[in-house]
Design a protein around this ligand. Structure first.
Ligand code: NAD
Ligand code: MG
Length: 383
């Protein structure tokens, strides 16, 4: 289990829930905290958890933070160098990667190279660099513990079954707030509409990704890397209430699932305390009131993000990076009110159509594709 944690993305949805678990259990020390630019929350977190190192990516925010915590014994750093320092700090045995987006790739890889146990929420890193991260983790003998709820569910199911071949991964999806609508009906949906997720309260980007089904697309690619399965063996099942967190089918036809009320603290705590389970207060599943579990197929016509993700994943090379980077750009533009809801998936499809794939890309290749793609989208669209 984790004794000393470096938490990357501490001010976000996953980050604050992680600190809530640590606050309640009082047996994990926090040695580093890192985030983007939220000075006030970072200051409060430093005062409560007393890390040796704090990083804000934004330089001006870090300078402000330095002044605010001048009375404390904490070193304040910034930028990518600061993130890398937080990811590799000597006293941390575990790094929890909960930064959002591709900016997390280098810190995640640095943490693995420094032989830290890695609890990973930051799915964009595996989607774009899974072919580098998984072998690197194996080489360094580093455990990679999924924090994404579906992948945690699969990981939990696989426990005790490692010697058995998996025949299918059944990845559950809530379908998001626009489930049941046609593409014509989602056209005029705004960011405010999309930010109302029925089951989970999460960061803005992943909430939009859940509405477009890009989140499930990213998760299919994430599962491919985490569990070394082919795309043909990953099936998405819509389960609107998020009671079943995912399932694994074995060669004898047995399907094993992990169920529970939707609470991200469970997968976070499971990754932190693995292989132990810690008591976690909160509502329990009550099958008498639940009575039925609704299941459906994904609507690939209304939500093309899922078939696009299979296409990107199967094509491989830099194509998953294009899928992800185009989405990161489009979600930011949608949140600013500059493009429509359906434009997000149209932009991903157009970027994929235009892209010439580089096979087996290096980290530099991946970051270059991202940089060039955002620059060209910005030029074309004037932002
Ligand atoms: P969030 O937006 O709430 O938080 C993101 C965190 O990353 C914040 O602390 C922010 O300051 C930090 N950050 C952003 N840019 C940064 C930068 N350049 N440098 C350093 N830090 C930076 O997001 P979230 O919902 O907590 O999601 C985090 C990751 O976990 C995402 O990859 C998401 O897909 C994944 N995830 C989240 C949930 C959930 O329930 N929230 C569930 C599964 C997976
Ligand atoms: Mg998930």
């Amino acid at each position: 289990m984790t004794k000393n944690l470096s938490l990357l993305g501490s001010t976000g949805s996953i980050g604050t829930q992680t600190l809530e678990i640590i606050r309640n259990n009082k047996d994990i020390a926090v040695s580093a905290l890192a985030a983007g630019s939220n000075v006030r929350l970072m200051e409060a977190q430093i005062r409560e958890f007393g890390p040796a190192l704090a990083c804000l990516y934004d330089e001006a925010a870090a300078a402000d933070l330095k002044v605010r915590v001048a009375d404390l014994n904490v070193r304040v750093v910034s930028g990518m160098d600061g993130l890398l320092e937080a990811a590799t700090l000597a006293q941390a045995d575990t790094v929890l990667g909960a930064i959002v987006g591709m900016v997390g790739i280098r810190p995640v890889m640095a943490a693995i190279e420094a032989k830290k146990k890695l609890a990973l929420a930051n799915k964009e890193t595996l989607v774009t660099a899974g072919h580098l991260i998984m072998p690197l983790a194996a080489q360094n003998g580093v455990a990679l513990l999924p924090v994404d709820s579906e992948h945690s569910a699969i990981f939990q199911v696989l426990e005790g079954n490692r010697h058995n071949a998996v025949s299918r991964i059944l990845l559950t999806a809530s379908g998001g707030p626009f489930r049941g609508l046609t593409r014509a009906q989602t056209k005029d949906k705004t960011a405010a509409d999309a930010l109302k997720h029925p089951n989970w309260s999460m960061g803005q980007k992943i909430t939009i990704d859940s509405a477009t089904m890009v989140n499930k697309g990213l998760e299919v690619m994430e599962a491919r890397w985490l569990f070394d399965v082919s795309y043909d063996a990953i099936e998405v099942v819509v389960q609107p209430k998020s009671v079943i967190h995912s399932m694994v089918e074995y060669e004898d036809g047995a399907v094993l699932a992990q169920l529970g009320t939707p609470d991200m603290k469970l997968p976070i705590a499971y990754a932190l305390y693995y292989p132990e389970r810690r008591p976690l207060p909160g509502p329990r599943l009550d099958f008498k009131t639940l009575r039925q579990i609704e299941l459906d197929e994904p609507d690939n016509e209304a939500f093309p993000a899922l078939p696009l993700a299979y296409r990107a994943g199967r094509r491989g090379g830099t194509m998953p990076t294009v899928y992800n980077a185009a989405n990161e750009w489009a979600v930011a533009a949608f949140l600013r009110g500059e493009i429509g809801f359906n434009d997000i998936t149209d932009i991903i499809a157009a970027c994929m159509d235009r892209h010439t794939v580089t096979e087996n890309p290096s980290l530099d290749d991946i970051l270059t594709v991202e940089r060039e793609l955002s620059a060209s989208l910005k030029k074309k669209r004037g932002h």
